[in-house]
Design a protein around this ligand. Structure first.
Ligand SMILES: [Zn+2]
Length: 260
């Protein structure tokens, strides 16, 4: 059994067939899905979706750095209310993304700090997004780490020194189908062995990041939780251990991390 710790099931690409998408995931052994909240609105929508499949779907509540310019002082209060729902298991995704800068650096820092404040004040795990922003991200994490319950750097795609810095702070690491990419995932194939299995979790980031090595590839190019086994398989090949071992360990890690 596997746990997909990051799937954007409130995305419009799943509007017409989300129930089928969930059934297909169950069929291939995905035991739970953590639906990613990336705006106030879709964090709320995620709760409604969780109610359709209680004890199967869980979700996070947060504002993605791309949407940081929408963050107001009242947003933290709204997220706090959303987090009171039993099916919400982490604050986020939140963090910094200087790759595209859809929001300014200043807006991103404000939005991120507000969610670090929230997560630490209500003692919930944090679900992080970091891209091309390692040093600013690390500085903030260091400030908050002592009061933080736990945190996962989702969709980690960085370098060795970045990975080490996160592990040194006792953070968890999420690996997506990025690792299945022969070219841009090559370094991850080598790095993944540096992540202790009690710190490693797996995710699809669906509908994004369809594993490149998937065969056959769906015509739509849409990624789904049912393709999570490909991520687990690729990691098990990199580590040269059984698929079942990686599945069991990453699932246990996710259960402990999200307390599900
Ligand atoms: Zn992300």
């Amino acid at each position: 059994m596997l746990i997909d710790i990051g799937a954007n099931l409130t995305h419009k690409d799943f509007r017409n067939d989300v129930e089928q998408v969930i059934d297909d995931a169950i069929e291939v052994g995905v035991a739970n899905i953590i639906v990613t909240g990336s705006t106030e609105q879709n964090s709320e929508l995620a709760i409604e979706l969780n109610e359709v499949r209680p004890d199967y779907l869980y979700s996070t509540a947060g504002v993605h750095p791309h949407q940081a310019n929408e963050y107001r002082s009242v947003t933290s209060k709204h997220l706090n209310v959303i987090c009171e729902n039993e099916s919400v298991v982490a604050v986020g995704e939140c963090g910094l993304d200087f790759n595209r800068n859809y929001s300014s650096k200043k807006e991103q820092l404000y939005c991120f700090e507000a969610q670090l404040d929230l997560g630490t004040s209500i003692d919930m795990p944090l679900f992080f997004h970091e891209r091309d922003a390692h040093s600013d991200f690390l500085n903030l994490i260091k400030q908050y780490r002592a009061n933080m319950k736990s945190g996962v750097v989702h969709c980690f795609t960085g370098q060795q020194n970045e990975l080490e810095a996160y592990l040194d702070l006792d953070l968890h690491i999420g690996i997506t189908g990025w690792i299945c990419d022969e070219r841009r995932g090559k370094h991850l194939k080598e790095l993944v062995s540096s992540i202790p299995l009690d710190r490693l979790m797996i995710e699809t980031d669906a509908p994004y990041l369809l594993p490149r090595s998937l065969e056959p590839r769906p015509k739509s190019n849409r990624n789904e939780p049912k393709f999570l086994p490909k991520v687990c398989e690729t990691i098990s090949e990199c580590l040269d251990v059984d698929y079942d071992h990686v599945a069991e360990q990453t699932t246990n890690t996710a259960k402990r991390f999200f307390d599900i």
